[in-house]
Design a protein around this ligand. Structure first.
Ligand code: ADE
Ligand code: SF4
Length: 366
């Protein structure tokens, strides 16, 4: 199975290692709203949210999500915009779209129940080896392995694994270790314990080895320099982008309305509502008339300010204009619609659009 285990006398110590880790977990685990629920759907939702978002942030989103979409059927029946609205602010919106699509598949093809095998789970849109392993082990008690960033860090140190942790050779090793070590009596707890250890004890910069339940098994601790592992791969470059946005607004029946439309399908943040925007790669600013053109207005009004937003390996600088127009002015294109300003907070907008809105309504003092 795993060469790392075979060559270092680990097979004989595996049982004691599992016990030490599990006992620590049962004593120290945080009481999180998705734990101990016994609902595969809840496990699925929480694990998708946790993939790129911190536990403290996920808690609220998870509870609101479960109140709004308590089961697969209610999620499948929802409109995409409602789904994105619930996700609004969590980032990486593809995750929400995948949840929605998979919920429909589960209703159409699996009678509304999540598949209960690794293979069945893997066939669903947006479910990869990590999520399938998490649902299988946590919700169904299957001895399936999982590897995430926390597990990679813990294993790199426990077994002193050097080299780029993303290399295919190292990825193979991590998965083989996870499979060899997972405790078939308590696979879900074991997997959560590994992640919890990585999140709370075996942390990136200063692992708390003196509090670690598996210190005596750890090659990294023995070396005296566990924080040197895993090796940091060089980060891929962050691409610069520039955008011009215009907040077009009008007064109607004494209330202010703003013009928004969905972002293009297939691109970044696809489907989320945004203000009319022209955006491009590189450091050259779009021209003012390009933005004016997409809504068919003549003037962009006043410049409100500039913001910087960093996401998905991009650093986007946006210049913001605001233009008040008369309620009788015709807007070009069927992409745009008017939304009362006070409903914007609940609409499916990205963190970027929220930032733009805030800069418009609460401009920084000059
Ligand atoms: N990170 C992602 N999923 C987790 C879980 N189930 N427990 C602890 N940390 C996690
Ligand atoms: Fe991580 Fe230290 Fe525990 Fe090793 S002993 S697993 S480096 S916290």
């Amino acid at each position: 199975m795993s060469e790392v285990l075979a060559t270092s006398g680990w097979e004989a110590r595996k049982g004691a290692f599992q016990q030490a880790l599990l006992r620590w977990f049962w004593r120290e685990r945080r009481d999180l709203p998705w734990r101990g629920v016994g609902d595969p759907y809840a496990t699925w939702v929480s694990e998708i949210m946790l993939q790129q978002t911190q536990v403290v942030t996920v808690i609220d989103y998870f509870q609101r999500w479960m109140a709004r979409f308590p089961d697969v059927a209610s999620l499948a029946a929802a409109r995409e915009e409602e789904v994105l609205e619930q996700w609004s602010g969590l980032g990486y919106y593809r995750r929400a779209r995948f949840l929605h699509r998979a919920a429909k598949v589960i209703v159409d093809e699996h009678g509304g129940e999540l598949p209960s095998t690794l293979e069945g789970l893997r066939e669903l849109p947006g479910i990869g080896p990590y999520t399938a392993g998490a649902i299988a082990s946590i919700a169904y008690g299957i001895a399936a392995p999982i590897v995430d960033g926390n597990v990679i860090r813990v294993f790199s140190r426990l077994f002193a694994i050097s080299g780029d942790p993303r290399s295919s050779a190292n990825q193979k090793t991590f998965w083989a270790l996870a499979e060899a070590l997972v405790d078939p009596r308590k696979p879900g707890d074991f997997n959560e314990a590994l992640m919890e250890l990585g999140a709370r004890v075996c942390t990136p910069r200063s692992p708390a080895c003196l509090l670690c339940p598996v210190r005596e098994y750890c090659a990294g601790f023995a070396s005296g320099e566990p924080e040197a592992l895993p090796e940091v791969a060089r980060r891929s470059a962050v691409k610069p982008m520039r955008a011009l946005t215009v907040v077009v607004y009008r007064q109607r029946a004494g209330k202010r309305e703003v013009l928004v439309g969905p972002r293009e399908a297939g691109g970044l943040l696809a489907g989320l509502l945004e203000f009319p925007t022209v955006e491009r790669e590189g450091k050259r600013w779009p021209r003012l008339d390009e933005v004016a053109q997409i809504v068919g207005i003549e003037e962009l009004g006043e410049e409100v300010g500039e913001i910087t937003h960093v996401f998905s390996h991009r650093r986007l600088q946006t210049r913001i204009y605001a233009a008040e127009i008369d309620a009788s002015v015709h807007i070009a294109g069927d992409r745009w619609r008017w939304v009362p300003e006070r409903e914007l907070g609940q609409a499916a907008i990205s963190a970027l659009t929220r930032k733009i809105y805030e800069r418009w309504t609460q401009p920084e003092p000059v």
